[in-house]
Design a binder for this molecule. Sequence first.
Ligand SMILES: Cc1cc2nc3c(=O)[nH]c(=O)nc-3n(C[C@H](O)[C@H](O)[C@H](O)COP(=O)(O)OP(=O)(O)OC[C@H]3O[C@@H](n4cnc5c(N)ncnc54)[C@H](O)[C@@H]3O)c2cc1C
Length: 443
Amino acid sequence: MAEPEFFESSPWIAGGVVRQPALAGAVTADVVIVGGGFTGLSTALCLREAGVDVAIVERDHCGFGASGRNAGHLTPTIGKDFPTLVKYVGKDRAVEYARFADRAVHYTEAMITRLGVDCEYRPTGNIITGLHPRHRKPLADSAELAASLGVGVAFLDEAEVRRRNLPSHVRFGVIEQSGGHLHPGKYVLALRQAALDAGVRIFEDSAVTAIEDTASPIVVRTAAGHVTAEKLVVATNAYTPATLGQMKSKVFPVRVTLFRTAPLTPAQWDRIGWQGREALYTAHEAMENYRPQADGRISGGSKWVQYGFGSTLTTGHLPKVFAQWRKLFALRFPELPDVGIESFWGGWIGLTLDFLPLHGSNARGTVFHGLGYNGHGIAQATYAGPMLADQVLGRSNAEVELFQRRLFPLPPEPLRWLVIKGITATLDRVDNRVDADLARGTV
Ligand SMILES: Cc1cc2nc3c(=O)[nH]c(=O)nc-3n(C[C@H](O)[C@H](O)[C@H](O)COP(=O)(O)OP(=O)(O)OC[C@H]3O[C@@H](n4cnc5c(N)ncnc54)[C@H](O)[C@@H]3O)c2cc1C
């Protein structure tokens, strides 16, 4: 099989976009948004609806970040997992968060309908799959607890998994009923177009190098120009510590690798089944995700993540990780010995220590942020739009209040690096035991 191709950004926007002009000279706006992913674009759309004059300043092109690179699972997942969330915040709060995450999915579905663009959305739900007997109790307990609290999940036993004809590595699972999967590139570019159509001024190829926000008005500077505005929205998620030097103690980037196969032939699809084309992610501590694409490919990834010392944006060309994935894909999909991985790419997700997003503002109420979606930002970053817009407009928003909490700050380096390495190594050890059994075929 040919060597897989590597995309610096992602294959979802492989053709690139016709760039909007870079920021040059002095520009004024009511609100300036730094970053043009789901958060920035969705916020801009909401603000335009309220008649606000908005400028987005984007380092590359809108959708260049995680929003144009992600795995495409539209999920109502929040927190590390539901039982852990209950343990940390209590049942009532956990249910509130779960309902929030569900509303975020429905808001995103409504946005897709409103955009009127085919982004290949399939509302299949997402199945958390059990591969090993050790996955059974945590999954069954989690489903029982969530269902007892009215959260929309159901346990899928072996018989139901067979009825659905899921890939053979799946033994049982838990379905999150709302959501499904989509083409991230088509979705984010539709948001970008909608923002342009609504009159949002977008400046691309315009990296923000300095922010002056201690007095009014705020000034956001790039190498070639500046925007002066009354209010600022920081929508740079995982990039925030590295490119703006902000939020270093609250959010950190980890690099996640994704892949896609060549298109499967009808005969290969017949072999694997999976007629419901559900989005899947495994019950590992560091999950693997897999989904069928509309063009007949399978895409997937996650699992092995990298943290760069000092929250730097480390390289994504990782031949060792790519080799691990080729081996693992063959193990997970033994029905497809003749299907190889065609390409790799990846991006940085913004993690927080409690796996919950961050929403807040400065004391003067002029600078707002929405970030740290912990890999669940298709829904939660889209839904950050109305949350941020309400704050900018001085309206109260109950969703924002949900996320006001005391946060333990991340320690400074080198301790941070050690803590993050320690956590990922511990999770990997648990998963390695499971995977060793699966590879030996002893379970
Ligand atoms: C590999 C991967 C897989 C994922 N899979 C899923 C999934 O299946 N489901 C899910 O729900 N979520 C997933 N996520 C997470 C989801 O994609 C993100 O949470 C979401 O896209 C965040 O959107 P955002 O707009 O906040 O940030 P981004 O999309 O990252 O946008 C931030 C933007 O800011 C720009 N920027 C940064 N610095 C500057 C600067 N100094 N000046 C100007 N602009 C700047 C960047 O270029 C970027 O375009 C995944 C993420 C990754 C990386």
